[in-house]
Design a protein around this ligand. Structure first.
Ligand code: IPE
Ligand code: IPE
Ligand code: MG
Length: 227
């Protein structure tokens, strides 16, 4: 193993490709999203055994509101169902839920469900951070404005005001579906994160894929500008 290599503490995933999965299987787009939630469920169950401190999932971007109303409403309903059905599982798997993004801007019943879920999972040892109504540029702007209100704007003062302030530094960012872009996700946090772009469509992403990614991460040498 390289000297700079280590075990990942914090992995983030851009879960992309539900629509293309549905197209490939000749089923409605909504089915692709449903299968995407299944993939999330399986992954969350395995986070504890993989020893990850934090898994951050990009579930809905601040730009995803641009999609047709029907799709947005399907996604919101899936979110409602997921929180309701999986809350006991989170607790059983020692998972603490955390939400990043402008989630207070979601429908009031979802906000209420999330508040309840946050409270009930507060003692979990493994963090599942879900990015909802999340846009990284917006997050940085919010953080900078809070930092400015408290004094000098520095890298540290902005970092301390980001939604991710309480999370471990980001080690590895994965994007599924073959797209090679960040789509306004964790721009600041990616400064020295390792990146992995895989062709697998999100509904086909299995815990074994994450394990392979973690094994790959462990062989990488991180330099942070040094040598
Ligand atoms: C990701 O899948 C899910 C969300 C963005 C909510 P997409 O719906 O973006 O799937 P593609 O990219 O069209 O295949
Ligand atoms: C990013 O995927 C957002 C989520 C996975 C939630 P998109 O499918 O929205 O990104 P673009 O539009 O292809 O960049
Ligand atoms: Mg997409």
């Amino acid at each position: 193993m390289n000297e700079g290599a280590s075990r990942a503490r914090h992995v983030a995933i851009i879960m992309d490709g539900n629509g293309r999965w549905a197209k490939r299987h000749h089923v409605p787009r909504a089915m692709g999203h449903r299968r995407g939630v299944e993939a999330v469920r399986k992954l969350v169950r395995s986070v504890e055994s993989m020893g990850l401190e934090c898994l951050t999932l990009y579930a809905f971007s601040s730009e995803n509101w641009k999609r047709p109303d029907e799709e947005v409403s399907d996604l919101m309903n899936l979110m409602r169902k997921f929180i309701k059905s999986d809350l006991p599982e989170f607790m059983a798997n020692d998972v603490r839920l955390k939400i990043i993004g402008d989630w207070q801007g979601l429908a009031p019943d979802i906000v209420e469900m999330l508040e309840d879920a946050l409270e009930q999972t507060a003692k979990g040892r493994h963090t599942l951070a879900v990015a909802l109504n999340y846009g990284s540029q917006q997050e940085i702007a919010r953080a900078a404005s809070k930092a400015a209100g408290k004094g000098e704007i520095t890298v540290e003062s902005i970092t301390a005001e980001l939604d991710t302030a309480a999370l471990p530094p980001l080690d590895l960012l994965i994007r599924t579906s073959g797209e090679v872009r960040l789509s306004n996700f964790l721009l600041w946090q990616c400064a020295y994160a390792e990146m992995l772009f895989v062709d697998t469509l999100w509904p086909d992403f299995e815990p074994e894929h994450l394990q392979t990614a973690l094994d790959d991460f462990a062989t990488r040498e991180r330099r942070y500008g040094g040598r």
